[in-house]
Design a protein around this ligand. Structure first.
Ligand code: FAD
Length: 469
């Protein structure tokens, strides 16, 4: 596909549509919008636009469609697979000026938001009404709902409450040709035609742009308790996590943290964190109707954990004590970035029963390739996060080892009935590996859907699909 470049004439037309103060093409702006949170991926747009409403987004898409100019959507810019990076130049369309919580509807238990709303702001606004918007990516105070829907983001609470896809009931979508359609709404059920909302969720900016999002809310649990449980090693913690689920206890979260990650967190925070000497820890949140309900869950959980050598436990039922338990987990990514010039975060997902086996075989694989790795994250839902770290490895060696490490992890997950990503998406960095998770027929169907909705391939090109198959 040959795209038209964003020359002066195009810039003037964009300014006429949105106003000069919504169109940016100075060097600093183009630099600023050429990256997201993916290390080693960048792509410089030729213009950045910041529309304020659906009409503005539609106008930009009509122009892009007419002139065949690629458009890459961006909300919070916290993606870790290069999704918001303009891989082939063109226009970055930022939703930062569409950041209003339109409504928290306490009668229907729904919220209506613009895509640029920070996820944590929505969670706080609903909590003030005694309601919960459960999806809680660790980036909750910097990522936005638009990006969450586009990546089908998850978070620690996915174990019990699911991910973004389980909460979206309505979308206002601008398609590639600028046409606008309202899908679903404030309805709990919807069997009306194809599930286009489901198709849009996780489409990574390649099928349409969301300008308003309706999400379902649930009552806030009355009582929560956090537990930090140390284990001798990573494998014991993984087996305990798997058995907790088998014992029919479904905590709101089960996160695990390997010792090396705790040590890095200590260096980053410049202070001691609890159980830093343990080989691994599980960080668990239980919630329920009242204290005795939660304590009953805790007893069953403890039986499963102690069978795998749980050594101790710290509990927290107030925000202040709970923050202390979560502090290390929350800063791991930043701690790794502070110590290594390069790293890649993988988020393969496997059936939960396979977690212990995946963890031990993945560690063996990465050790065999001579790359450092740290395991942490959302173990309770099988979405094991593996950080592959360059550290002081020679750069050429790192470049050779990384694709092998990735491919090995994806093949390992696939062999266990898993997939290459549970929440971060495919983006640009994983697209060549897509056929390791999806069979040719599925990829072909997806390509046909893409061609039907975006025949000129202007929405976020060079994402999801492999260049060659
Ligand atoms: C420290 C850290 C922790 C993280 N933890 C988690 C975690 O626990 N769980 C998790 O799932 N992810 C996590 N992430 C990854 C990231 O935060 C998520 O992928 C998040 O959903 C991205 O949201 P965003 O608003 O930043 O999207 P962006 O990065 O701006 O965009 C992501 C994708 O969405 C598209 N897009 C953006 N807005 C729209 C729109 N309005 N319409 C259509 N497409 C759009 C973009 O084109 C791009 O493809 C983490 C990232 C960091 C840096």
């Amino acid at each position: 596909m040959t795209y038209r470049s964003v020359d002066d004439a195009v810039l003037r037309r964009l300014e006429a549509l949105l106003g000069a103060d919504a169109v940016f093409f100075d060097e600093d702006s183009l630099d600023l919008y050429s990256r997201d949170e993916t290390t080693e991926v960048s792509g410089r747009p030729e213009a950045v636009v910041k529309p304020e409403d659906t009409q503005g987004v539609s106008d930009v898409m009509r122009l892009a469609d007419e002139l065949v100019i690629p458009v890459t959507a961006r909300s919070g810019g916290t993606g870790v697979t290069g999704g918001a990076v303009a891989s082939v130049g063109g226009i970055v369309l930022s939703f930062e000026r569409m950041s209003r919580i339109v409504e928290v509807d306490t009668d229907n238990l729904m919220a209506v938001v613009q895509p640029g709303v920070i996820t944590g702001d929505l969670a706080r606004a609903t909590a003030a009404e005694g309601l919960m918007y459960p999806p809680d990516p660790a980036s909750i105070d910097s990522c936005c709902i638009g990006g969450n829907v586009s990546e089908s983001a998850g978070g620690p609470s996915a174990v019990k409450y699911g991910t973004t896809k389980d909460y979206v009931t309505g979308l206002l979508v601008v398609f590639a040709d600028g046409s606008v359609s309202r899908l679903g709404g404030k309805v709990v059920k919807n069997a009306t035609g194809y599930n286009l909302i489901g198709l849009m969720i996780g489409s990574e900016g390649t099928l349409g742009l969301f300008t308003e999002i309706t999400v379902r809310l649930i009552p806030m649990p009355a009582f929560t308790m956090d537990l930090l449980v140390p284990f001798e090693d990573l494998f014991a913690a993984a087996r305990a996590a798997s058995d907790i689920i088998r014992a029919r206890v479904v905590p709101a979260t089960i996160e695990f943290i390997q010792k090396e990650a705790t040590t890095m967190a200590e260096r980053f925070l410049k202070k001691k964190v609890p159980f830093a000497d343990a080989g691994a820890q599980l960080l668990i949140r239980l919630d329920g109707d009242n204290r005795s309900d939660v304590e009953r869950q805790m007893e069953r959980l403890w039986d499963a954990a102690s069978a795998h050598g749980a050594m101790d436990v710290i509990t927290a039922d107030s925000t202040a004590t709970s923050d202390r338990l979560w502090e290390a987990r929350r800063c791991i990514r930043e701690a790794i970035v502070a110590e290594s010039e390069a790293k890649e975060g993988e988020d393969v997902v496997v059936p939960r029963r396979e977690i212990p086996s995946f963890v031990s075989r993945a560690k063996e694989l990465l050790d065999g390739l001579g790359v450092s790795s740290i395991f942490f994250g959302h173990i309770g839902d099988g979405n094991v996060h593996v950080e592959i770290i360059k550290g002081d490895m020679d750069t050429d060696e790192w470049r050779r080892a990384l694709p092998k490490a990735r491919e090995g992890l994806y093949r390992l997950a696939a062999g266990m009935g898993g997939l290459l990503t549970g929440e971060h998406g495919v983006g640009s960095i994983r697209r060549e590996y897509l056929p390791l998770s999806l069979d040719p027929a599925q990829v072909a169907v997806m390509r046909r859907i893409k061609a039907a909705l975006d025949p000129k391939n202007i929405l976020n090109p060079k994402k999801i699909f492999p260049e060659t198959e």
